[in-house]
Design a protein around this ligand. Sequence first.
Ligand code: ADP
Ligand code: MG
Length: 699
Amino acid sequence: MYILDTEIKYLPGVGPKRAEALQKELNILTFGDLLYHFPFRYIDKTRIYAVREVSDALPYVLLRGKIVGFREVSAKQKRLTAMFSDGTGAIELVWFKGIAYIQKSLRVGATYTLFGRPSSFDGRLNIVHPELEDPVKVEGQLTSSIQAVYNSTERLKDMGLGTRALGRLQGALLGLALPRVEETLPPYLAAAQRLMALPEALLNIHFPQSPALLQQAQDRLKLEELFYVQLSILRTRARRVKAGSGLRFAQVGERLNHFYRHNLPFALTGAQKRVVREIRADVGSGQQMNRLLQGDVGSGKTMVALMAMLIAADNGFQSCIMAPTEILAAQHLKSMGDLLRGVNVSVALLTGSTKKAERRALLERLQSGEIHILIGTHALIEGAVQFRRLGLVVIDEQHRFGVAQRSRLWEKSETPPHILVMTATPIPRTLAMTLYGDLDVSVLDELPPGRKPIRTVHYYDSKRAHLFGFVREQVAAGRQVYVVYPLIQESEKMDYKNLQEGWEVVTREFPAPQYKVCMVHGRLKSGEKEAAMQEFVRGDAQIMVATSVIEVGVNVPNASVMVIESAERFGLAQLHQLRGRVGRGAEQSFCILMSGVQLSSYSRQRIEMMCSSSDGFELAEADLRLRGPGDLDGTVQSGTTFTLHIANLAKDGHILEHARAVAEQILQDDPLLASEQNSLLLQNLGRLRREERDYSTIS
Ligand code: ADP
Ligand code: MG
């Protein structure tokens, strides 16, 4: 057996109990898993500070000196202190735990290397729980002056598996396994890319022997990781294209022509025309379309989808469009119904709240082929929903759907239907290359003419009176206003409390009968929600108080003000989506971000970005840069196919581009990876694929 496949419990110092914890907490099952649990940070221990230089502004310091004496402050408080001196000054050391052991093991007067985080307490500097190393003792162990820091968890720390212990395990593992670690890239490739050998890279990633070697190790491991991801994606794509078993929509027929000539209420933007052409080419090619349509809020994606569905109908196929909320599905029904007046297509709506009898009749008409276009929510996924000839699936605002949910839709047809995924969340190029690398991408990069840029400002809560004054003016001028409260989890009582209080404040400020304020949130029954929405859509209510339910899709051109409460609690993508609810009419629109005074620097940056940019792509790039791809919202979480251990999509874009180019070149020369020199690639792809779930149909 290959040594890296050995179960982790067999590593000296682990055993069954810790092995179980490592698996539960960090998903480490084997030697290999531990070895690829890379440090997330390094501490440079090459610089030794003098005690007099120490300040609490320094995150860490390394000192060398002597313990001058201990003092147990109070047995009851269980605190031990000591003075540490290097001749330039003295600093207090403090322990709250392990006091007896510390007192026994540390010797007054001996020289130690000390490492720790300075803090100040009562105006005095101290270091709590410093690491002290006897310079003599560490000899003979695998060490490095650049110390790796590992992710651990509370539970692991309680079992004595904090970052330092993990480092020791890595040292033991490297000693055991390194001579038998096999190279994972073909020699020709490693040579051409001038990459450090794998064993050397693994050693230096955990125990950097110098900053330069650490850099080389990181470069090698990142490139390899991204290379395999790209190789996998590109191969999937190549296979799909080659398979060539798609439905062919050969003609543009009566319905689309009629619609185009008589029903189109405005001229299409250049971008819309281009994307419709791209879609026509796809569906006419005889290969299955897998297209991602990215377009900022308000760029007119619905029109593109509608035209694609008309092409399907003209070719004798049914289509469906799946929206993430009932509100949005209902809105699609209405706007498409209006647009299609006089066109010979039948459109129907199916959601979770469709009544039983109605539903049964609808499913029959669907199965008989009478319904051409089915609009709906998750309800479309259910097994009972059977089409006669499903030819096109449109998924609106895709990030709201899990990948598994999506894939159930195209199982509804023997030959997989064409897929059009639409998203208003612009995905930075590097992410798109990884998440949707095998989808074709179309971009609506042009807004319909006549839109005025939305003015975005930030107010602290103290300016609320001013805010209400402004809202009053806008309402007096006949405009409508959204006031949105954050909703992190539908079940969180707190959020509803905020909403409820907000509602009270707003209705006090804007009392009936002069004003009408409606409220929409996820706890309403769908009938109630619909009624409240309609009040706003009709213009009967001037103000809508809502949770982020309205984030997606609502279209009320007369609404010109979007007030976002506790804006610091929203992500950039979400803020941008919300802002897109206004600015749809001819009037100047405003987005007002409300927040408390206490803001983290990340929140402040987000709010500043919103005020200075209205470009969704720019914001998405900034978002990725600010928080890193690790914790992007559902957009990414639901789509992520590969676990990245070391590469960072926010920072390693250039490595990614390079990795993709290398993968493309290799596949061009050897599409099946059949050559002797590429057999290793094939083998490692197999490994990679076992880690991922099967997303290959779409993303
Ligand atoms: P999104 O891309 O956010 O889904 P929508 O499809 O909802 O955008 O379109 C936003 C608004 O713009 C709608 O009111 C729609 O009718 C209008 N619209 C779409 N395309 C055009 C166009 N070419 N010219 C003018 N208005 C358009
Ligand atoms: Mg839309």
